[in-house]
Design a protein around this ligand. Structure first.
Ligand SMILES: [Zn+2]
Length: 291
C-alpha cells in the first residue's frame, strides 16, 4: 500500500464548476497545507448553458470534453492533482434541470442505479481512505437532479466503504448561513450599478442556505481567494467572475464567498465552531487502518 498523506479530503460533486464555486478556497487551503484532496465529479455537464457567444456551438459530448479541459485548468489553480470522473469519463451523463425530458435519458446520472454508482465511489474511498467527505445536502443544495443524485451516491458509498473496512470519520454538507447570504446580497444590491451583470440573484438562488445555527464549520479562505476566483474563471463556459461577485448563464449576480461553510452530519465536531474540517481527529485516526 503506497504512503498516503496524513490528512485526506474527498469531495463529491455533480458537474465541473460546482467544486470551485462551493469549495474552491477549502480545496486550495488543504492542498497548500499538504493534505491530499480528491475530487470526484459525477458528470461532465454536457447540458450546461454556455455563456461566451463564441463557444455556444459546443453542445453534448463536445461541451463535455471542453468542460473537462476547464476542470483541469481549475484544478491547476487550486493545486488539486487527483480529480476523477465517477466511473470514468462519460460514464454518467448530465441530467439537465428538474422536469426536463433529459432526466429520462437512461444514460443520465438521475437514472443511474444509486447502489451501483455508490459501489464505484466506494472503491475510490477504500483507495484514498479519506478522513473527511464533503458533498451536498439531500436536496442537492437547490434541487438539481444531478446534485441530489451526487448526494445519494456519496452517502451510500460512505456506508458501503464502512462495511468494507474504511469508515469515513467526518462527513459534511456544503452550506451558506442565511445571515451571511443576506448581508452579502445587501452589499451586492448597492454595488450592482458598477457590475457587468444586469440583475441580482436572490438568496434562494444560492445552494445550501440554512439557519446560522446549523453551521458547524467555517473555513476562512481569505488567503486563497485569488485561487478560488481563478478556478471559477477557468470554468468560462459556465461562470462569469467580477470579484467579489459572479454570475452563471442566467446573468444574475451572486456573491463569491471566500469563506466557506459546512454542516457536520457524521462524526464528532472538534470544537463548538470548527475552523478546520479535520478538527478533533485523534492523531492515530489520521492513518488508522479500519479493521
Ligand atoms: Zn452542478
Amino acid at each position: 500500500m503506497p504512503e498516503l498523506p496524513d490528512r485526506r479530503l474527498l469531495l463529491v460533486h455533480a458537474h465541473p464548476d460546482d467544486e470551485s464555486i462551493n469549495n474552491g478556497a477549502t480545496m486550495a487551503k488543504y492542498t497548500a497545507e499538504g493534505a491530499r484532496v480528491t475530487l470526484i465529479t459525477c458528470t461532465l455537464g454536457e447540458l450546461g448553458e454556455v455563456i461566451p457567444p463564441e463557444l455556444r456551438h459546443l453542445t453534448g459530448a463536445a461541451l463535455g470534453a471542453h468542460r473537462l479541459g476547464e476542470l483541469t485548468a481549475a484544478m491547476r489553480e487550486l493545486g488539486v492533482a487527483d480529480f476523477r470522473l465517477l466511473g470514468g469519463k462519460g460514464r454518467y451523463g448530465d441530467s439537465g434541470m428538474m422536469g426536463l425530458a433529459d432526466n429520462d435519458d437512461p444514460a443520465c446520472l438521475w437514472q443511474a442505479d444509486v447502489d451501483a454508482a455508490a459501489g464505484t465511489l466506494a472503491e475510490v474511498i477504500l483507495e484514498v481512505r479519506p478522513q473527511v467527505l464533503v458533498t451536498y445536502d439531500p436536496d442537492g443544495g437547490y434541487g438539481h437532479p444531478d446534485h441530489i443524485q451526487a448526494h445519494r451516491i456519496a452517502m451510500r458509498a460512505a456506508e458501503l466503504a464502512a462495511d468494507a473496512g474504511w469508515e469515513i470519520p467526518k462527513i459534511y454538507w456544503n452550506r451558506v448561513p442565511r445571515a451571511v447570504a443576506d448581508a452579502a446580497f445587501a452589499r451586492l444590491r448597492e454595488d450592482l450599478p458598477g457590475l457587468p451583470f444586469g440583475k441580482s440573484a436572490a438568496v434562494d438562488d444560492v445552494p445550501g442556505v440554512v439557519d446560522d445555527a446549523r453551521i458547524t464549520t467555517v473555513i476562512d479562505g481569505t488567503a486563497h481567494a485569488a485561487a478560488k476566483a481563478a478556478a471559477m474563471r477557468a470554468h468560462a463556459t459556465q461562470i462569469e467572475v467580477a470579484e467579489p461577485y459572479f454570475a452563471l448563464s442566467n446573468e444574475l449576480a451572486q456573491p463569491l464567498f471566500t469563506t466557506e461553510y459546512y454542516e457536520l452530519v457524521r462524526g464528532e465536531a472538534g470544537a463548538e465552531t470548527e475552523s478546520d474540517l479535520f478538527a478533533g481527529l485523534a492523531p492515530g485516526q489520521a492513518t488508522r487502518e479500519a479493521s
